[in-house]
Design a protein around this ligand. Sequence first.
Ligand SMILES: [Zn+2]
Length: 83
Amino acid sequence: MPTYEYACNSCGHEFEAFQSFSEAALTECPQCKGEVRKVFSNVGVVFKGSGFYKTDSRTDAKSSKPATPVTPAAPKPATPPAS
Ligand SMILES: [Zn+2]
């Protein structure tokens, strides 16, 4: 049974929940009934705030963007000359 870690957006309460993969994620804080978010503690990174998304996507978009769309020399369809 995997362990999921949650953190409350309202009161900051952190707790763990044992859930199977088929179970839906928790959305309610057991203390204040506020909204909770899932914390991925197994990778050693705690997502606090939302700023890292912008910087991450910016560098990614720059590197992964193709310079110019290349038109390949596609084989021409056998069209009879209009006469
Ligand atoms: Zn709470």
